[in-house]
Design a binder for this molecule. Structure first.
Ligand code: ADP
Ligand code: MG
Length: 609
């Protein structure tokens, strides 16, 4: 069957399809190579399949794909030894299908703004060669018996030419004559870079510049049963050569109701949320698509590292469409569930190991619990609370542990916490004297986590240790004895009010234990959360911008120093003592600064002389 020389017009209506394609894919020109190499991979795999089912009985031979660059001739050639095409097939698959695919693409996107992100651009396929080439040649010999080699050439308009040619080996050469304005691609390191990015794990060996650039059998394509920890760790190193070892990993392997394989690694993140993002790579049948997986992976799992591979994720659609896609949603909840299962399994099988990793894992767990109710329901059984003395409890264990001593008069269990053990030490020590336990909640997400716990846990409150005087942190409704009578209390209160002369202070006289400070300054839990929120600029708190911060100043009626104040005979002496005990309270709350601090130091020097 001789190939008659033929010239023709490719049947598309849009004559100026090329400028449009160029414009739309401007930022992404390099994907032409991904498209051509993945076509070569497809052609090779199809041939292997035909051989496997007995429909091709010839020698498969070396199936390696080669990419070569000829700087002098200004060409890039992609050569495969796949199934090749007959002249008829070129007409069918290239002239009709590939070109009509391109036309559809342009019609779909021509009205969209250039800034609109289109992931992947799959579907443009072969045609994307014209983004960088002024002329494209296909020289191909079909695997079919007594097939004749054919050469197709087109120069980037809608004209093509097919002729008979000579080709010794089965398969296809795609030769790109690189256009003047795409000369950047006539550069070895550029081409190597593009291949390493998109073809790194393509399933057929790809050679460039004398070296194979890919790993055709990446770990995620293997069966988890045949893999050892070491394999996973080595693969992690291959992906992220400069990262610390991961904590553990999850091997995903689903084929129903959607296809998804991949390996997700839990890195050591501590309190740093930002530097770990954008580390998950998305593949479609081992072809790299993107490392922006924002819509495919739940936000709280974006901190994970690794690879996901799914042919079921639509790749040539816009972001907003992707979010609404049913498969993407399923993949999303599948990943969430798998992560929860893995964490739960680790917790159950190795509690000590889980605890030792919790400073890292805690961030994911809490992020997930805050962001996703379904995840919360699973994680509530393995999420750990850490106390200031580094003991770990599950939510239930902790409630049981503190219930007896930390239930208030309304039956609410009060969880006490510190956000900064160094700064809040005075308050922690006061709580300790009551045998109260104090949790350490000093992570970047803990303020949100605290809110979530209060919403979810019944009859439970969380209070920072400095939210009230220790008597009232857990208000048991039992009034303590006071050594002062009512008249003395009123006098003491007035003395403080006159001396401190600050309308923003709520001064009260309380009957506190003798071993508490003479004066304690606290900021009510609610007020403090408001303040924190407005400082973080979030939560629509702008309207509270000038919200007055009313500090509570509790004067300890039972402290010997307050009695000394009442008993002092000179008003100056009374004022000096009031100021001094108040400064001590400021000091313990890290609020003593500026002139007040200087005066305090002076006064203390005088007193100790
Ligand atoms: P797709 O790969 O999505 O089918 P393309 O535009 O990339 O679309 O390619 C169109 C068709 O051209 C392919 O389906 C295939 O039949 C044919 N083709 C392209 N490249 C090759 C090749 N290297 N070997 C054999 N056939 C090819
Ligand atoms: Mg293709």
């Amino acid at each position: 069957m001789a190939v008659a020389e033929e010239k023709g017009t490719i049947s598309i209506h849009t004559e100026n399809i090329f400028p449009i394609i160029k414009r739309f894919l401007y930022s992404d020109h390099e994907i032409f190579l991904r498209e051509l190499v993945s076509n070569a991979v497809d052609a090779t795999q199809k041939l292997k399949k035909l051989a496997a089912i007995g429909e091709f009985n010839g020698e498969l031979g070396d199936l390696k794909i080669t990419v070569s660059l000829d700087e002098a001739a200004k060409t890039i050639t992609v050569r495969d030894h796949g199934l090749g095409m007959t002249a008829e097939e070129i007409k069918k698959y290239i002239n009709q299908i590939a070109f009509s695919g391109a036309r559809e693409f342009v019609e779909k996107y021509k009205d969209k703004g250039e800034d609109q992100q289109i992931i992947g651009h799959f579907g443009l396929g072969f045609y994307s060669a014209f983004m960088v080439a002024s002329q494209v040649e296909i020289i191909t010999l079909s695997h079919q018996e007594s097939a004749e080699a054919a050469r197709w050439v087109s120069s980037g308009d809608t004209q093509f030419e097919i002729t008979q040619t000579e080709k010794a080996e089965r398969g296809t050469d795609i030769v790109l004559h690189i256009a003047e304005d795409s000369a950047e691609f006539l550069d070895k390191s550029r081409i190597r870079g593009i291949l390493e990015k998109y073809s790194r794990f393509m399933p057929i060996e790809i050679e460039f510049d004398g070296k194979v650039i890919n790993n055709p059998n990446p770990l995620w394509t293997k069966s988890p049963a045949e893999l050892k920890d070491e394999d996973y760790l080595n693969f992690y190193k291959e992906l992220y050569p400069f990262s610390e070892e991961p904590l553990f990993w999850i091997h995903l392997n689903v084929d129903y109701p959607f296809n998804l394989t991949g390996i997700l690694y839990f890195p050591k993140v501590k309190n740093d949320l930002t530097m770990h993002k954008d580390k998950i790579q998305l593949y479609s049948r081992q072809v790299f698509i993107t490392d922006e997986v924002k819509d495919v992976v739940p936000e709280f799992l974006m901190l994970l590292h690794g690879v996901l591979d799914s042919p079921d994720i639509p790749l040539n659609v816009s972001r907003s469409y992707l979010q609404a896609d049913a498969n993407v949603k399923k993949i999303n909840s599948h990943i969430t569930r798998k992560v929860a299962d893995k964490l739960s399994e680790l917790f159950r099988n190795d509690r000590a190991g889980f605890e030792s990793k919790f400073d890292h894992i805690g961030l994911f767990v809490k992020y997930g619990m805050v962001a996703d109710d379904k995840f919360y329901d699973k994680a509530k059984d393995f999420c750990l609370l850490k106390s200031v003395d580094s003991k770990y409890y599950t939510l239930n264990e902790y409630r049981e542990y503190v219930q007896a001593n930390q239930t208030d008069k309304d039956g609410s269990v009060v969880f006490l916490y510190t956000s900064d053990p160094g700064k809040q030490d005075t308050y922690i020590q006061s709580a300790r004297k009551r045998s109260y336990d104090v949790l350490l909640l000093n992570g970047v997400l803990d303020s949100h986590f605290i809110g979530t716990l209060e919403r979810k846990l019944e009859k439970t409150q969380l209070k920072r240790v400095d939210a009230d005087v220790v008597e009232k942190l857990v208000d048991k409704g039992t009034a303590a004895e006071s050594v002062l009578n009512e008249e003395e209390k009123t006098k003491l209160k007035e003395l403080f009010e006159q001396t401190l002369n600050d309308k923003k202070l709520n001064i009260s006289v309380e009957s506190l234990p003798v071993d508490e400070l003479p004066v304690t300054i606290t900021l009510n839990e609610f007020m403090r959360r408001m303040k924190d929120m407005s400082q973080n600029g979030g939560g629509g708190m702008m309207m509270f911008g000038d919200f007055p911060m009313n500090y509570n100043v509790a004067v300890n009626a039972n402290h010997p120093l307050t009695q000394k104040i009442l008993g002092a005979d000179q008003p100056e002496e009374q004022q000096r003592l009031v100021r001094h005990v108040y400064d001590l309270a400021l000091l313990s709350q890290n609020m003593l600064i500026g002139a007040e601090l200087t005066n305090f130091i002076q006064r203390t020097v005088e007193l100790t002389k």
